[in-house]
Design a protein around this ligand. Structure first.
Ligand code: FMN
Length: 168
């Protein structure tokens, strides 16, 4: 897909069919995350691919926002491995770039997705037995849109360039 179309076609999907993502597509989506830039190239992240019944049940305990997706990527940042000082830690930024790479590659491959912030981080950490330094930053439910799905009205509400850009 043309890059311009990828960034314009992406929307937050809130109703998925049960159709699973093909393994080849999932590999490409994960590869897009792997090559994302991170501060000092420290690559302080882990991606959990949750597809098992048990794993999906844990996601549903921690969040009301899976929307029926058969696969959820949990992007976690490592607070110890990330570039950090007393006042700054890059783990959230790094993980967000990784997640953005993956949702755009998913869109490019025709795989619908959504970024989820509304989840119990401690529950995910506990249920998936993550190291203390590994913080789940976002959930990315992925799959194929149900035929009734489509962008919400918010998708079409964007500020004009004049409102968000200042030339100095
Ligand atoms: C950081 C972030 C957190 C979000 N968290 C949620 C969420 O918890 N639940 C949800 O339904 N949508 C969530 N969204 C989706 C946004 O509501 C959506 O991106 C926004 O309304 C614009 O719509 P669009 O993605 O269709 O263009 C989140 C998006 C971002 C970028």
């Amino acid at each position: 897909m043309e890059f311009e179309n990828v960034i314009r076609d992406r929307y937050s999907c809130r109703k998925f069919s049960s159709k699973m993502i093909e393994d080849e597509k999932l590999e490409k989506i994960l590869e897009a995350g792997r090559i994302a830039p991170t501060a000092k190239n420290l690559q302080p992240f882990k991606i959990l691919v949750v597809k098992s019944l048990d794993g999906i049940a844990k996601i549903d305990e921690a969040s009301p926002c899976r929307y029926g997706a058969p696969c959820v990527l949990v992007v976690c940042g490592d607070t110890e491995d990330a570039f950090h000082s007393d006042v700054f830690n890059s783990y959230e930024m790094d993980s967000s770039i990784v997640a953005t790479h993956m949702i755009l590659e998913a869109t490019n491959l025709g795989v619908n997705n959504i970024w989820i912030e509304l989840f119990d981080k401690e529950m995910i950490q506990r249920e998936f037995d993550l190291d203390d330094s590994l913080v789940p930053v976002c959930l990315l439910p992925m799959g194929y849109a149900d035929e009734e799905a489509g962008p919400s009205h918010k998708h079409f509400e964007r500020k004009e360039l004049e409102e968000i850009v200042e030339y100095r």
